[in-house]
Design a protein around this ligand. Structure first.
Ligand code: SDX
Length: 428
């Protein structure tokens, strides 16, 4: 709280509201009493200027291209940390010591199996169902299997549900992939890392042992870390809004998965690789740049632009470096990476993108790496959901524990018909 205030002058009088300041970033105008005192709403479609909550988890400075998780810069975490360390950090507020990390790893590892009836649940889907459709259904169904961790008023049940969600997402994601290719589900293996376990459940087969490739394991760890949390993005806000009604955590995370699927959000990684493949050759880039700039063409450069970053997305930088490293270490080349780098170069020197401050975001290069590792494009957003579940769960817990939290219920600017009487069909 500061002693600074903001005054609104209206025809009905002047209204003064406190200015709240955080530890860093823009101050906020506390307008909670605005409607009660002035009879007026604020209007902010897409919430471009609205802080929906207080949070201590992630800070983004869009102008400077800064991303901090509990104060730690994303590039340092991506280079030096593990995904389980970042998960602990987001959930509990600080990096774990060796004992805390060991206990957290032990706990998460022993929640990776799913109820055997869930395997039957998968049978109801068509084999060609999009894996995100399956994830929406199966994660929402978890509340039908884990009744002993749906009471959100019980901190212990909240913690168990949080561990279950973080632990079971890779298992369910691997099952969705296996189901789509007609291969048997692979059980988790407790002596593997979180990421190594996921790779084995995804690419392993019962017919032979599967050795986790450390290069791929490290790349996936980094990708999970880069996708773990991102302040009040659309899917996190969806999880918070669902949770504000008291819905159980499994239903809230399923709502987040549904929102993440959209091509303007987490679905952009699949769309970006499909776009780069469609462009196919650096010679065709000008054609697509022109389409992206054409107001009459709905085409957008997927993986470009961001609501908050008006500078380079720091995650995209790490992602591009990782793409180069993984392809080199795997002895692979991918013409799509050349198209992506040339597209970035051309776009970042084009006045349209410069004026609108459009830079590559986290989704622009991720597909190149995931494709090199062997994931089909339909799985890309599922991988995003695995990582983002850690952020969603941390944000959900923070919301439940926030004494200021109440059910989210925005208002509107009504532009529809004013009151009128019913007209019988014969008289219409
Ligand atoms: C993620 O919020 C998060 O933090 C999300 C995320 C996370 O970690 O949770 O970072 C993950 O969702 C990254 C974004 C992935 N989406 C895409 O890559 C899809 C392509 N990008 C756009 O659809 C767009 O940039 C958004 C949706 C990301 C942001 O949209 P905004 O903030 O609503 O901005 P806008 O659509 O109003 O665009 C501003 C202007 C517009 O032109 P004008 O109407 O002002 O003339 O820039 C143009 C847009 O037409 N523009 C683009 C463009 N993105 C914006 N033009 C061409 N190509 C693009 N990619």
């Amino acid at each position: 709280m500061t002693d600074k205030t903001v005054k609104f002058t209206t025809e009905g009088g002047d209204f003064t509201y406190p200015l709240l300041e955080g530890s860093v970033g823009p101050d906020v105008i506390d307008i909670r009493k605005l409607y009660g005192e002035s009879g007026k709403f604020t209007y902010d479609p897409g919430f471009t200027s609205t802080a929906s909550c207080q949070s201590a988890i992630t800070y983004i400075d869009g102008d400077e291209g800064i991303l901090l998780h509990r104060g730690f810069p994303i590039d340092q975490l991506a280079e030096q940390s593990s995904f389980m360390e970042v998960a602990y950090l987001l959930l509990h507020g600080d990096l774990p010591d060796a004992d805390e990390l060991h206990e957290f790893n032990y706990t998460i590892t022993r929640h990776t199996m799913v109820h055997e009836q869930l395997a039957t649940f998968f049978r109801g889907f068509r084999r060609d169902a999009h894996p995100m459709a399956i994830m929406c259904g199966v994660v929402g169904a978890l509340s039908a299997f884990y009744h002993d961790s749906t009471d959100i008023t019980d901190p212990q049940q909240r913690l168990i549900a949080s561990h279950r969600l973080i632990a079971k997402m890779p298992t369910l994601a691997a099952m969705a992939f296996k189901y789509s290719i007609g291969q048997p589900f692979i059980f988790p293996k407790n002596d593997l890392s979180y990421t190594g376990n996921f790779l084995r459940m995804t690419f392993g087969v019962p017919a032979e042992p599967y050795e986790v490739n450390p290069i791929i394991e490290r790349a996936m760890e980094r990708i999970f870390i880069l996708h773990a949390d991102h302040e009040q993005n659309a899917s996190t806000s969806t999880v918070r809004l669902a949770g504000s009604s008291g819905a159980n955590p499994f239903a809230c995370i399923a709502a987040g998965i549904a929102c993440l699927w959209g091509p303007a959000h987490g679905g952009a990684n699949e769309a970006a690789l499909n776009m780069l493949r469609e462009i196919g050759d650096v010679k065709r880039i000008p054609e697509y740049i022109a389409r992206a700039k054409d107001k009459n063409d709905p085409f957008r450069l997927m993986g470009f632009g961001h609501r908050v970053y008006k500078n380079y997305d720091p995650r995209a930088k790490v992602m591009q470096q990782t793409a180069e490293e993984v392809l080199k270490e795997l002895g692979k080349t991918d013409p799509v990476l050349d198209v992506a780098k040339e597209l970035e170069h051309i776009a970042l020197n084009d006045s349209y993108f410069i004026e609108k401050k459009l830079y590559p975001n986290v989704d622009f290069y991720s597909g190149v790496i995931l494709n090199a590792i062997g994931f089909p494009t339909e799985m890309f957003t599922v991988l995003f959901a695995i990582a983002r579940t850690v952020g969603w769960v941390a944000q959900w817990n923070e919301m439940i524990s926030d004494p200021e939290q109440k059910i989210g219920r925005p208002r509107q600017l009504y532009v529809g018909a004013t009151m009128r009487d019913y007209v019988q069909v014969a008289d219409r």
